[in-house]
Design a protein. Structure first.
Length: 155
């Protein structure tokens, strides 16, 4: 179980208020800390650079259009956060996932999100995967390679 001191700080980037609220609930249920919410790409990048989250959950289609991919790239490159896409628009992701660690496709289950958050917490804490990703989480090629120690052990 995660202690409050080592819980990840999470930024939620989602323009649908009810989905953002559900994600906030799942973040808390997984023992992580929600530190902010954004509905547009500009707001997401500004908050990420100001709050320096460990993880940003980012939708592809935001209030200002299909701008989540570019926001994710800026959050990774300029703010230093790890990004996980939470989107129904998986096919809109570039091959490099815009620097994100992976994606969970919508619709998703509460269980899948909590399992993915716990998995990513372990990856970020230990610098390697604790095993294969849970069902519903697809890692980007870069992060699959980066965290492969645990993946190799289980395969």
């Amino acid at each position: 179980m995660t202690t409050p001191e080592d819980a990840l700080d999470v930024l939620i980037v989602e323009d649908e208020v009810l989905l953002a609220e559900e994600l906030a609930f799942l973040v808390r249920e997984a023992g992580l800390r929600e530190i902010g919410r954004a509905m547009s790409s500009a707001e997401a990048v500004a908050l990420a650079c100001e709050l320096t989250p460990d993880l940003a959950l980012v939708d592809v289609h935001l209030k200002d259009g299909p701008t989540g991919v570019e926001a994710a790239r800026l959050i990774v490159e300029d703010c230093g956060a790890v990004v996980l896409f939470m989107t129904a628009n998986v096919k809109r992701l570039p091959e490099d996932y815009a620097g994100a660690c992976g994606v969970i496709g919508k619709p998703y289950s509460e269980h899948a999100v909590k399992m993915a958050l716990n998995y990513l917490q372990a990856c970020l804490r230990d610098g390697r995967a604790p095993g294969p990703p849970p069902l519903g989480l697809s890692l980007s090629p870069r992060f699959r390679e980066l965290w492969r120690g645990g993946l190799a052990e289980t395969g």
